[in-house]
Write a protein that binds this ligand. Structure first.
Ligand code: NDP
Length: 510
């Protein structure tokens, strides 16, 4: 639903009696016009009533026939029943992956593996609309993001790693790169298909087979991907998809037949997974939470910075591990910048994820909405100043207004904890040293942003950020060729680029 006019009764043309200079200019008012609905058609998606596990190239029921419901967070309607894997199913999937690794996939020459990956990439592109609509329905993200970001980037990862499959000797000169074996991969709900591609593409390129567990709130795009594997004639067992609760994930992590564990999700579960592999020779990569600083200096191009700030925190409802959730503004421009930001917030459209005009869709689950609501209440209770633009939220579904907090202290929970929602905390600084100190004053270290006119300042600041990714005069830009990963409690290991390939090989001397 678009932002609604608030005073339309006195004129035939909504908002015509308000001067343009007061249209949402930091006064909490919404833009005084409506957007015509532009819904994407759902017809391109064929939902099944029940989905099975994908093991050994076939869709099968869970050992005990159990299922769980996956819900559309924008409507609260059940979309389908999905098989709820048991520990026995986890064992079966690992065995299928092992068989495929030793009997077919591991022995295939790289150029043959590449052909499959190219084929998967092409099918993802051919079925991109179907994937985008399904992803938006199951996760709540706006169609313009699933259509323009998630799905194209997922395909790009398969294209990219397909290119490496027959060139491992060039990726690791002078060494022989051997696959690790079977990879257990556990992914979250914020970028379901994209996280799947980050994990599966490099693993397969290097000759590994995988068992992947999607998040329970967003299993459907992974199950559609399983169909793509069949369509691409991928040998059975190379990719296995297990839907089910966290304990199934842990059963994979601790399974003796698994050689590598890759996890993206919360720091809390990441720690449990690290304990689960401790004392074994399993390889492990963890991509966990974040509380990124987006730093704006007084010489920054402000209008550009506003777009970067908005993209940094309201993209994907702020449910992004590298979201720029702490805005650090140089004190001399803080007032101007915050006014501009409030203006911009008034134009953000919150509502139906399948509407092409929507900027902020539905929060992924009721539990996540409750977590955001609780943290926002803590911000108010601790004395920060809350600002939300006027906008009507749909009556059903899990929606939250874009939120801005000023007067935030570093000790506030909203400045320390990962909210994973459309909530921005603004802090100020006077000197570059103070900005560095505040930016690094977090247990996380996944990403950071720097906005300034000076190249030398970008280089100096980037070097001083304890963060895996630093964006300069932009934010939330992703590319399959560039590595991504964290410092401190944001995890370890890198995904993307050659670094991402490295995480799936054992290097031996020639
Ligand atoms: P989790 O870390 O619980 O979930 C991520 C994945 O891990 C899901 O597939 C989940 O399965 C699985 N999982 C859950 N418990 C276990 C376990 N004991 N062993 C192995 N796998 C497990 O994240 P939540 O969904 O609970 O979100 C909570 C918070 O985590 C968010 O508010 C956000 O702050 C952060 N988060 C960070 C993400 C990131 O990208 N860094 C992504 C998602 C969340 P299941 O879905 O079945 O529970």
């Amino acid at each position: 639903m678009a932002a609604m006019a608030t005073d339309t009764t006195s004129s035939l043309i909504p908002g015509a009696d308000r001067s343009p200079s007061s249209w949402g200019l930091g006064d909490g008012q919404a833009i005084p016009w409506e957007y015509a609905p532009a819904p994407e058609s759902r017809d391109v998606v064929t939902l099944k009533e029940r989905y099975g596990l994908f093991i050994g190239g076939r869709f099968v029921s869970a050992a005990d026939n159990g299922t769980f419901a996956t819900v559309n967070p924008a409507t609260e309607e059940t979309m389908a029943l999905v098989a709820r894997a048991t520990l026995a199913d986890a064992d079966k999937a690992v065995r299928a992956a092992r068989r495929a690794q030793t009997r077919s996939w591991g022995a295939l020459p790289g150029r043959e593996r590449a052909k499959y990956l190219f084929r998967i990439a092409r099918i993802l592109q051919e079925r991109s609309r179907e994937f985008a609509v399904l992803e938006s329905m199951d996760s709540g993200k706006p169609i313009k993001e699933s259509r323009d970001v998630d799905v194209p980037l997922a395909a790009a990862h398969f294209w990219y790693y397909a290119g490496w499959a027959d060139k491992l000797e060039y990726a690791f000169p002078g060494r022989v790169a051997r696959p690790l074996g079977v990879a257990a991969q556990i992914i979250p709900w914020n970028f379901p298909l994209l996280m799947l591609s980050w994990k599966i593409a490099p693993a397969l390129a290097a000759g590994n087979t995988v068992v992947l567990k999607p998040a329970s709130t967003t299993p459907l795009s992974a199950l559609l991907f399983a169909e793509v594997c069949r369509q691409a004639d991928l040998p059975p067992g190379v990719v296995n998809i297990l839907t089910g609760p966290g304990e199934v994930g842990m059963a994979l992590v601790t399974h003796k037949g698994v050689d590598k564990v890759a996890f993206t999700g919360s720091t809390e579960i990441g720690k449990r997974i690290a304990k689960g592999v401790a004392g074994t020779d399993k390889a492990l990569t963890l991509e966990l939470g974040g509380k990124a600083a987006n730093i704006v200096f007084d010489d920054a191009p402000l209008d550009q910075a506003i777009e970067g700030i908005v993209n940094g925190i309201y993209f994907n409802q702020g449910e992004v591990c590298c979201a720029g959730s702490r805005l650090l503004v140089q004190e001399s421009i803080a007032e101007t910048l915050i006014d501009k930001l409030k203006d911009r917030l008034a134009t953000i459209r919150v509502g139906d994820p399948l509407d092409k005009n929507t900027d902020v869709g539905a929060i992924n689950s009721k539990a996540q909405l409750e977590k955001i609501t609780e943290l926002v209440a803590s911000g108010v209770a601790e004395g920060a100043e809350l600002y939300q633009p006027a906008c009507d939220l749909p009556e059903r579904g899990y929606f939250f207004r874009p939120t801005l907090f000023t007067n935030v202290a570093q000790s506030h929970r909203i400045a320390r904890e990962e909210i994973f929602g459309p909530v921005l905390s603004v802090l100020t600084f006077r000197t570059p040293d103070e900005a560095v100190e505040k930016a690094n004053n977090t247990m996380y270290g996944l990403s950071a942003g720097i906005w300034t006119d000076k190249g030398s300042r970008i280089l100096e600041m980037a070097q001083r950020m304890r963060a895996g990714v630093v964006w300069a005069n932009t934010f939330n830009k992703f590319d399959p060729t560039s590595p991504f990963g964290g410092y401190k409690q944001s995890g370890f290991g890198r995904e993307g680029g050659m670094h991402g390939l490295h995480a799936y090989v054992r290097l031996e001397d020639r």
